[in-house]
Design a protein around this ligand. Structure first.
Ligand SMILES: Cc1ncc(COP(=O)(O)O)c(C=O)c1O
Length: 392
C-alpha cells in the first residue's frame, strides 16, 4: 500500500520522548563490519530449558485466554512466596501486579502517581527510561548526582536538600545500571526514613537483584519502606527472559488498584502461558540452578574485564559489585567527551561501548561496558581496546 505524503498530527507529548542515544550508536555499528558490541544490556544466555518447557506445556493445556488484569492468582502467590523465602518479607497478593517487564511497572508508577506540578527525583546517571516516563507524566525532573566518592550510592543528605513541597517520588535502581553499584543497608534505611518523613514515594527498580559479586547483598526497598515503595522487578535479567516481557510491581494495595486501572486498558493482562511459565521459574529448583550458573559466568567475565581494564592506559574502571556492567572513567588528559571517546573506540577498535552521557550529564567522562557477552568475544574486545588505547 502507498500512503499519501501528508502531515500527520501528533500529540505533543510524543515529541517529548527522546530516542535513546544507545540506539543511534548501535545503528552506526550495524553498518560496520567485524564490530564487537559491549553495548547491549541484555543477557546473552538462552532462557533455562525448564522454563521454556513450562510455557510449551501451558499452551498445550489451554492457557490461551485472558487472565485477571492483575495476573493469574497462583503466579502472584508464587511471587509472594519468593519474597518470603529469599528476603523474609511478607508480601500480600493484593499488592502484586504482573506486568510486561519492569518497563511497564515503571511506566504505570509514573503515570498513576505523578502529574503536572509534581516533581520526581531521578539519579544522574540513570537507566534511560525514567526521564522519558517522567516527561510523559508531565512531572518536573530533578536529577540527583551519583558520585564516585559515594560509590555511586545516593547521598541521603543531598537527597533531603533536593526535596521541596512539590517532590512526590524518588527513583532508585540497585544493583545499578549503568554503574554496577549496589546499595548498603544503611543507605537503604536512610532513604526509607526520608521517604516516610517527607511522605514521598520510592520507585525502586530492582531487575539485577541476583547478579551480585564479592559477597554483596541486595536490600529490597519494600523491606524498609513498605508503605512508600513501588518496587519494579523483572524476569528479563534473572532468568534471561528479555523477550518474554514478564515482570511485576509490588506496592501498597491502594496504589496497585490504581495502577491496574491503566494496565487494564494498555495490555489487559500479561500473556497467559508466560505467566504459567513464570510460576515454574520461581518454584523449580532447576531454574534457580541456572540463575546461579549464569551469575558465576558473569562473575568470571567481570573479573576478566576488570583485569584487562586495570592494565589499559587512559581508562579506569569503577569496581562494580552488581549487574553486568563496568562503568569506566576516561582519562581526563585525553580531553575527549564520552561520545567522542565511544565513537573513537568504535572506529579504532571496532568495539561498541555506551557513552556515559546517554544516562545523564553526570555520565560525562565515563563509558558503560557490558560484559553480557561470550568470553571469547569479550577477550577479543579487550585486546582490541588495549591495542587502540596504547597508541593514543
Ligand atoms: C535498570 C533497568 N530497569 C528496567 C529495564 C527494563 O527491563 P524489562 O525487560 O523488565 O522491561 C532494564 C533493561 O535493561 C534496566 O536495565
Amino acid at each position: 500500500m502507498k500512503y499519501k505524503k501528508r502531515k500527520y498530527f501528533l500529540a505533543g507529548r510524543i515529541n517529548l520522548i527522546q530516542r535513546s542515544k544507545i540506539r543511534e550508536l548501535f545503528e552506526k555499528a550495524r553498518k560496520m563490519e567485524n564490530v564487537i558490541s559491549l553495548g547491549i544490556g541484555e543477557p546473552d544466555f538462552d532462557t533455562p530449558e525448564v522454563i521454556k518447557e513450562a510455557a510449551k506445556r501451558a499452551l498445550d493445556e489451554g492457557y490461551t485466554h485472558y487472565t485477571p488484569n492483575a495476573g493469574i492468582p497462583e503466579f502472584r502467590e508464587a511471587i509472594a512466596e519468593y519474597y518470603r523465602e529469599f528476603y523474609k518479607i511478607d508480601v500480600d497478593v493484593d499488592s502484586i501486579l504482573v506486568t510486561a517487564g519492569a518497563y511497564e511497572a515503571t511506566y504505570l508508577a509514573f503515570e498513576s502517581l505523578l502529574e503536572e506540578g509534581d516533581d520526581v527525583i531521578i539519579p544522574d546517571p540513570a537507566f534511560v527510561c525514567y526521564v522519558e516516563d517522567a516527561k510523559i507524566s508531565e512531572a518536573g525532573i530533578i536529577r540527583i548526582p551519583l558520585r564516585e566518592e559515594n560509590r555511586f550510592r545516593i547521598d541521603p543528605d543531598e537527597l533531603v536538600e533536593l526535596i521541596t513541597k512539590r517532590t512526590r517520588m524518588i527513583v532508585i535502581n540497585y544493583p545499578n545500571n549503568p554503574t554496577g553499584a549496589t546499595l548498603d543497608k544503611e543507605t537503604a534505611k536512610a532513604i526509607a526514613q526520608i521517604a516516610e518523613d517527607y511522605n514521598i514515594y520510592i520507585l525502586s527498580d530492582e531487575p539485577y537483584e541476583h547478579f551480585l559479586y564479592e559477597g554483596a547483598r541486595h536490600y529490597p526497598m519494600i523491606k524498609y519502606a513498605p508503605d512508600n515503595t513501588i518496587l519494579a522487578n523483572s524476569f528479563s535479567k534473572t532468568f534471561a527472559m528479555t523477550g518474554w516481557r514478564l515482570g511485576f510491581a509490588i506496592a501498597p494495595p491502594q496504589v496497585i488498584k490504581d495502577m491496574i486501572k491503566l494496565h487494564a486498558y494498555i495490555i489487559g493482562n500479561v500473556t497467559s502461558f508466560i505467566q504459567i511459565a513464570g510460576i515454574t521459574a520461581l518454584r523449580d529448583k532447576r531454574s534457580w540452578e541456572a540463575v546461579e550458573n549464569m551469575r558465576k559466568i558473569y562473575a568470571e567475565r567481570r573479573k576478566l574485564t576488570l583485569r584487562y581494564l586495570n592494565e589499559m592506559p587512559h581508562i579506569e574502571p569503577f569496581r562494580p559489585k552488581g549487574a553486568f556492567y563496568v562503568w569506566a572513567k576516561i582519562d581526563p588528559e585525553l580531553d575527549m567527551s564520552s561520545e567522542d571517546f565511544a565513537e573513537w573506540l568504535l572506529e579504532n577498535a571496532g568495539v561498541v561501548v555506551i557513552p556515559g552521557t546517554a544516562f545523564g550529564k553526570h555520565g560525562e567522562g565515563w563509558i558503560r561496558i557490558s560484559y553480557a557477552t561470550k568470553k571469547e568475544q569479550l577477550i577479543e574486545a579487550m585486546e582490541r581496546m588495549r591495542r587502540a588505547l596504547e597508541k593514543l
